[in-house]
Design a protein around this ligand. Sequence first.
Ligand code: UD1
Length: 420
Amino acid sequence: MQKLKIEGGGRLSGELEIQGAKNSVLPLLSACVLVNGEVRLKRCPSLSDVYSAMRILSSLGCKCRRSAAGEVYIDTRGLESTAVSDSLMRQMRSSIIFLGALLGRAGECTLSFPGGCELGPRPIDLHLSALRQLGAKITEEHGALICRSANGLRGTQIDLSFPSVGATENIMLAAVCAKGETVISNAAREPEICDLADFLNLCGAKIRGAGSQRIVVEGVPRENLHGCEFEVMPDRIAAVTYMCAAAATGGEVSLHGARMGDIEAVVNLLRQAGCRICACGDGVCLAANGRLKAVRTVRTQPYPGFPTDAQAIVMACMAKARGTGIFVEEIFENRFRHVDELTRMGADIKTEGRVAVVSGVERLYGASVSAPDLRGGAALCVAAAAAEGVSEIANVELIDRGYESIEKALCALGAKAERE
Ligand code: UD1
């Protein structure tokens, strides 16, 4: 098992190129299933979840390869299977996104039911109910989801009771080649939804309204969907992670490729905490101004609200702030598992249900900790960089699901970090 060893205490400063977004590239890879031709995805991050999605595509009969320059080529013309094995489904929870794409491509698929994950139960009731409204027959047998659409999918009006990111993506994928028009109300508005719509439209789909609460998908014949070349959007949570690493250590960073518009909720909060942040050149720059000030309440919300994926990371950065702040987690049930680990490093954090009260301490200390999940692990890296002494972070594989090489990025900012 690999560990990260991080010696904290120095100011993290410098420049970084932001990797392609994990949460965009995964739906894009499944969207390739709908296309007749070759897709070339640029700025495709080298992440274990990306390799899991590529293994799924290969298992379906598609050709998939990644160049050293970070480009991925996918040719789905040879797709011959519509079943994703249980072991491949288990490697990555977002494999559920293949459901809409395979239904749209072949009118059928068999996937195993994705279980819970580190963040607690991850139901897919909204996905299933929406696909049924589009005309899919879905049955569950021995933990497998068997999906058919004998007469093809038909566009309809779908009102989501919650703007689920994955459900919105699955509906878009299934609706692209459905007969007629699909209208999604209360759709997720995350930037990754816009990236998926831009990609599909470039391939010949007709999707309007992505980024708003109402998305309209006008079905097109599948023969109309052709290959394309597309650049994956920059990863907004990776950008936030390195901003927080600089903010927590009193440093300065320039993040090339980061987009201010995608991270406004976090930028506003870090500004209130005393950081100077501006759009500069092709990215975003942050300069910390001594010890951060606590910010009263951080409440996670669907986009454009404060992202749940940034909650742990910002909490780590606020652990040393002056004053007391409150974090309320509204999206996932089980998303404070980093708190016990931060406490081992000297943080003063109390949780009750979905609320965490963070009383800033003057010093954090290096400790042996374990990444509880992807973003919780990134939060520990931020805390370790801001702590005195050496920290050892176990369970690095969870962090590798979303960061190309977090230790290399931290070293590029002047940290002493290595993998053992
Ligand atoms: C995506 C992101 C994840 C992020 C999350 C919220 C990807 C690959 N992952 O996950 O990093 O943390 O958005 O921004 O893009 N829910 C239901 N029923 C459903 C679907 C969701 O109850 O059918 C609930 C979930 O349990 C959760 C909430 O809705 O409490 C948000 O989930 P959702 O927006 O679907 O997140 P994901 O797409 O899984």
